[in-house]
Design a protein around this ligand. Structure first.
Ligand code: NDP
Length: 497
């Protein structure tokens, strides 16, 4: 590596993508870069592999996926160390991330047959001579495009759901974390050596764009809202369906009857874990007046103890530091106060924990995704005002509520896909719950039952079991039979409720 390179910034040298650690600049991975032809060839190989993968059935796939799960669990320290070396993430955070990813793999493997397998549907009187059969069939080849901030968990969610469903995968990891992506794919090949069911292509954004246009049957994208729009536009050319997991600006609401030390502890974790580079990171807190001072004091006390290089790692993507700096500067220039950190907290490649109060609601620190270890705290009169303000941004990914009597009611009113009550981020680690956002945060779901169905097409089959009593679908029906159909219709559906 030459001395002029920016630590953390990946580069391409002789057709090889080189990733580097954002704190030290040390080389972390060297992966061959694909071009559009290589992407197309990879998708072709996946098409052959998907036949074999499908032939294993739910039970055969479950065994393979649980073997992969066991391997990931056994080698979690190795995975966490690589994630630390490549993205700078503290090892403990990488382990927590891997735990969540492995949970989703386990859940998808164990539940795919129940959720997607063939079943009979309840019959309907007007077509009582037919039995309805429903099953969910895989799309075929699914493209997965992932970000760098959670390079284990974010691909494992859609990959687990799509594999358990019976799809083959072509995965394009972020250019910042290709080695972690390659490690995941290599370990899968150890337990499924027969066919290239899970493959990877490396490169910059153009390789992601090539994957969108490669003829995959579905594309799962996790990344920024801006790139999501480009992905949708590319997929629109071939009518390729997409699931979009995009950015967020999640809010925490603290009600008057909340446990304040617990709320502060969770707020600091939710805002600062992975140095705030978390799509479901808490970036705003709305706190009712009676508990505001106590909450701010507790957050400042707890966040002030976090150490750079220990709990708080470097900012992985060098370019993000300018966004964080701009948000802090804008907040301070417009009347906000830093009760912890502030402008001087930005010391590339690090940003120290920063807590901002009195920040105007229309400032970038409140409205745009910051992706750094920052938190704005705003005093509100009551939970009503908190909900109104929390919902006033275009994003709607996750959120959190601390309180007792009304906490769940408040959670249900948040314009977001997931909300944790009396914790932060908890929903991401629960295999049975769906994950995904609304508005600028995207659409579609990964994880849980919805996350399995996202990668399957519903297939409906009817089987006649008797002659028709009310033969509607034939030119051989008689006027008397049509009259009977009308009579039956009025009897069944004609009554006003
Ligand atoms: P980006 O949108 O920059 O990149 C995401 C992926 O898309 C990368 O693999 C990138 O490749 C690829 N890509 C870039 N351009 C194109 C293109 N034109 N066509 C297809 N693919 C392309 O996001 P980041 O990697 O910076 O990730 C951070 C963002 O992800 C944040 O906004 C965060 O909130 C969001 N996120 C959302 C999550 C969710 O579940 N909702 C979870 C985690 C993160 P390359 O890196 O090579 O440019």
């Amino acid at each position: 590596m030459t001395a002029t390179r920016t630590p953390g910034l990946p580069f391409i040298e002789d057709g090889v993508l080189v990733s580097t650690n954002p704190a030290t600049g040390a080389e972390a991975g060297r992966l061959p870069v694909a071009d559009a032809a290589a992407v197309a060839a990879t998708v072709q190989r996946a098409r052959a592999a998907v036949e074999w993968w499908g032939s294993l059935g739910f039970d055969g796939r479950k065994v393979r996926l649980l073997r992969w799960r066991a391997l990931l669990a056994q080698r979690v320290e190795e995975l966490a160390a690589l994630t630390h070396d490549e993205g700078g993430k503290p090892v403990a955070d990488a382990i927590v991330e891997a735990v969540a990813g492995i949970e989703h793999l386990d859940w998808a493997a164990r539940n795919a047959k129940r959720v997607l397998g063939p079943r009979k549907t309840r019959t309907r009187l007007l077509v009582a001579e037919h039995v309805g059969h429903l099953e969910y069939q895989p799309y075929g080849v699914v493209g997965v495009i992932g970000p760098w901030n959670y390079p284990i968990l974010t691909p494992l969610g859609p990959i687990s759901g799509a594999l358990a469903t019976g799809n083959a995968i072509v995965f394009k990891p972020s250019e910042y974390t290709p080695a972690v992506g390659q490690w995941l794919v290599d370990t899968f090949a150890e337990v499924v050596p027969e066919q290239p069911v899970l493959q990877i292509v490396h490169g910059l954004g153009d390789v992601g764009a090539a994957l969108c246009r490669s003829g995959v049957d579905k594309l799962a994208f996790t990344g920024s809202t801006a790139t999501a729009k480009k992905v949708m536009a590319a997929c629109a050319e071939t009518l390729t369906p997409v699931v979009i997991e995009a950015g967020g600006k999640d809010a925490l609401i603290v009600d008057a009857d909340a446990d304040i030390p617990a709320a502060a502890e969770a707020a600091v974790w939710g805002a600062m874990t992975n140095a705030g580079q978390t799509c479901i990171g808490i970036e705003r807190a709305y706190v009712v007046a009676p508990v505001y001072d106590a909450f701010v004091a507790s957050v400042v006390e707890k966040a002030g103890k976090l150490r750079l290089g220990e709990e708080i790692g470097p900012i992985t993507m060098p370019g993000q530091i300018e966004v964080i700096r701009r948000h802090i500067d804008d907040a301070l220039a417009r009347g906000g106060k830093a009760v912890l950190g502030g402008a001087e907290a930005v010391q590339p490649p690090n940003v120290a924990p920063t807590v901002l109060v009195d920040v105007p609601e229309d400032s970038s620190a409140v409205r745009e995704e910051t992706f750094g270890p920052t938190l704005t705290i705003t005093k509100v009169a009551d939970a009503e005002e908190a909900v109104h303000k929390a919902n006033a941004v275009p994003y709607g990914l996750g959120g959190a509520v601390f309180g007792k009597a009304n906490a769940v009611r408040i959670a249900r009113r948040l314009h977001a896909g997931m909300v944790a009550v009396n914790s932060t981020l908890a929903f991401v680690g629960m295999g049975s719950l769906p994950f995904g956002g609304v508005g600028d945060s995207g659409f579609g779901r990964i994880h849980g039952e919805d996350g399995l169905r996202e990668f399957a097409r519903a297939k409906a089959v009817t089987v006649r079991r008797a002659p028709s009593l009310l033969p509607a679908m034939t030119f051989e029906r008689t006027p008397a039979q049509v009259a009977r159909i009308v009579k039956a219709l009025k009897l069944l559906y004609g009554r006003r409720p």
